[in-house]
Design a protein around this ligand. Structure first.
Ligand code: ADP
Ligand code: MG
Length: 462
């Protein structure tokens, strides 16, 4: 059994980070865990109290709301005792700043990456879309997990994998990440990615030039075929016919098929029934619009990729004002061009101005016009229950779920602290709030009704 003197907090945290790395995606690891360290460990009657220092209040909030249980579990495994955690904003005094780019390991990694990059292009994949730079949150967790499973076991996990969702939610990115991972483990794998439109053009050209057979050979011998925006082939009889046979041939020979679309198969008008039923025989997953935290993570990834370092306040301002991942990219490009042309430093007020916000507003400017009381009223009205029942102690499901959704919305959409939420919903403590927020986050990725309710409530805020 460890006594407090046996524990070297830096070694413990190093080992803990190694374990965390195995359980979360690299962007999440880099964003939330890397900028942390242990400030202090003290003994309590039941175990240990560990204070975790976080580089910013944003990292602190995220760890408290999203990863508290996860961290407790990992530390309990290491220390064999219950661990209470508290978080503080505190920079790491031992931060390692040395560059790793001189090491031979790093060099061989670069060579490997260059080889794959060349291959990526010849397979029709887009460069730079990998799992490493794909951030995960409740809105895309199911799709991400399915994509990882397919990437690690093509042809055997889910076949076909059908990913659908609105514009800019990351379908194309995720599909490319699967292809990239397959190439990483087998550089000469015969895989191909095209859009529904490119597939259509290939088939039409094959018919026109009487080269249908060679087009068939190209597609039917693949180890994996990715068709982005498959809805494009709907209503085109000859193309659907060809795709049907390609699909069957590929699946029968153990090949993997991954498809994306803006809607589920059942809702694609003029898509042949036999294709619908083939698509439905695999796994269908959807990706919802990114929530605030995911938008922040995407901003961190994209700004780093573009070589700019945005501070957390700026990131939060942008994430609060732009809802779609695609617009985030556009905005970042504009921002970077502006600062280069005008040779200025990025500041929160400058970003607000670019966003068309006249004055420095609260971070959640769009939503901040509403007070917590107004939000409570709107949620109660949406579920047609009284405020008293919504905030009360009844354990009836038709009150508990709206109460949990209310806590989720106050936290994720309005950025209220756990303590503030506890106070406005009838004096509950912050662990109740964490539990509720986490529960709804989990349900969002599996329960369409919950997601529909949250979207419905959000519409009443507009
Ligand atoms: P879709 O195909 O669903 O319209 P894309 O895959 O083209 O969307 O994504 C739009 C942009 O947003 C891309 O630059 C992509 O890298 C980025 N993006 C979307 N979701 C994520 C995510 N979870 N993590 C990182 N980047 C993302
Ligand atoms: Mg796309």
């Amino acid at each position: 059994m460890n006594t407090i003197n046996d524990i070297d907090k830096d070694i413990l945290w190093k080992e803990t980070l190694e374990r965390i790395k195995l359980s979360v995606t690299l962007p999440n690891y880099n964003a939330w865990f890397l900028p942390t360290h242990i400030v202090s460990i003290s003994q309590t009657t039941s175990g240990y109290l560990i204070n975790i220092g976080c580089s910013s209040s944003f990292v602190k909030n995220t760890l408290e709301t999203r990863y508290l249980g996860f961290l407790q579990e990992i530390l309990k495994n290491s220390l064999q005792k219950h661990c209470e955690l508290e978080f503080s904003v505190n920079t790491n005094p031992n931060k390692i700043t040395e560059s790793q780019s001189d090491s031979p390991l790093f060099e061989s990694l670069i060579n490997k990456t260059e080889n794959i990059d060349n291959k990526v292009i010849s397979c029709g994949l887009r460069k730079g879309y990998t799992f490493t730079n794909f951030a995960v949150s409740s809105s895309n967790q199911m799709a991400w997990a399915a994509a990882e499973a397919v990437a690690n076991n093509p042809g055997n996990a889910y076949n076909p994998l059908f990913i659908w969702g609105g514009v800019g939610v990351g379908k194309t990115h995720l599909m490319n990440a699967i292809g990239y991972t397959i190439l990483e483990s087998q550089i000469d794998a015969n895989i191909f990615l095209c859009t529904g439109e490119q597939f259509t053009n290939d088939i039409v050209e094959g018919i026109r030039n009487k080269t249908t057979q060679s087009v068939r050979n190209k597609y039917r011998k693949l180890k994996a075929l990715f068709v982005d925006d498959i809805q494009f082939i709907a209503g085109k009889d000859a193309v659907q016919e060809e795709f049907f046979h390609t699909f069957n041939a590929l699946i029968n020979s153990g090949g993997q098929v991954v498809l994306t679309s803006d809607r589920p198969p059942s809702e694609i008008a003029k898509l042949e029934e036999r294709l619908k039923s083939r698509f439905e025989a695999g796994l269908i997953v959807d990706i919802a619009q990114p929530d605030f935290e995911l938008r922040c993570a995407i901003l961190q990834i994209k700004s780093k990729e573009k070589g700019v370092d945005l501070d957390m306040e700026t990131i939060q301002i942008i994430a609060a004002n732009i809802n779609s991942a695609r617009q985030i990219e556009g905005f970042l490009t504009r921002l970077i061009t502006e600062i280069k042309v005008k040779d200025i430093e990025i500041s929160p007020s400058y970003v607000l101005e670019m966003l068309g916000k006249p004055e420095k507003e609260e971070v959640k400017s769009k939503n901040s016009k509403l007070t917590p009381e107004e939000i409570i009223s709107k949620v109660a009205k949406y579920f047609t229950i009284s405020k008293k029942c919504l905030l009360g102690n009844s354990r009836q499901k038709n009150f508990v779920v709206p109460r949990q959704i209310l806590m989720y919305i106050l936290r994720v959409e309005f950025g209220l602290s756990l303590q503030e939420i506890g106070k406005v919903i009838g004096g509950r403590d912050h662990t109740t709030v964490i539990h509720a927020v986490n529960k709804i986050k989990k349900l969002i990725s599996s329960d369409v009704n919950i997601r529909g309710d949250i979207e419905g409530i959000k519409k009443t805020f507009l």
